[in-house]
Design a protein around this ligand. Sequence first.
Ligand SMILES: [Mg+2]
Length: 297
Amino acid sequence: MAHPRTSVDDDEVAMVEQFSDSPFDDSPAALWRQYDALIFDLDGVVYAGAQPISHAVDVLAFLSTHSAPVWFATNNASRTASQVAEHLSAMGVAVSADQVITSSAACASYISTSLPQVQKIRVIGADGILPLLAELGIEVFAGKEDPTVVCEVVVQGHSTKTDWQDLAAGFHSIVDGAAWIATNSDLTIPLEYGLAPGNGALVAALAAALGREPDVVIGKPHTPMFSFTQQRTAAYNPLIIGDRRDTDIAWANDHRCASMLVDTGVDRISDAVTSSRYQSTYLASDLRSLLLDPAQS
Ligand SMILES: [Mg+2]
């Protein structure tokens, strides 16, 4: 199944996993045991919209039973960590909010450390960040709320409810001098029925109107999300598991971590040869590969 490359700079193409129907492997050589943190992406890896992805619940339940160091790192800023944990628990994956790392939490952390003097922030989408900014004592204007207020920062993150008036209010604040922070730049998001525009697509709309890019992007593959994740996990040797090369795998490569691309979301593992810019350590059809011994596959 999965064959590791010797380093993240090695351009050797990883072998495509061929998973058999053998039972879950509990051997000491199982892939998941070789890392001190398993950092799962969510959209396209664990669920698509509200629906769990095949085998994800069973694998995560197995890992939980074995006290594996499981974490979740998502670029999706639409929900709080508690809301994500509730969704996972409702799917049958019992996790605590402490195991969930969101780009909104990383964004709030970035603002508190890098922009500690900020008093007013306009938030476009990104409902998950609202309580975190309130905890910091920051006055928050959500979306189109009071568009004439002068804000020092605009945060833009995913929401299915963002409309033209929200974008117009954000545009106005940025033209007036607000710093522009995007929680993430994913162009698409996987849903039950296929792909849909992600936060990056709405960031691109604003960028087209403004004629410039955001000042900071927090989420994967960018460093603010990695620094925050490293703080939270305290891991030295994590495995990053995701469905996108341009976010999850690029994030792992740029920060010299091992990675696994799963074939359940945005990118296809069969595209490995042609999409060689961001190569993963492992290619897997689904999360069951974590439970196998790579040397036996
Ligand atoms: Mg994803």
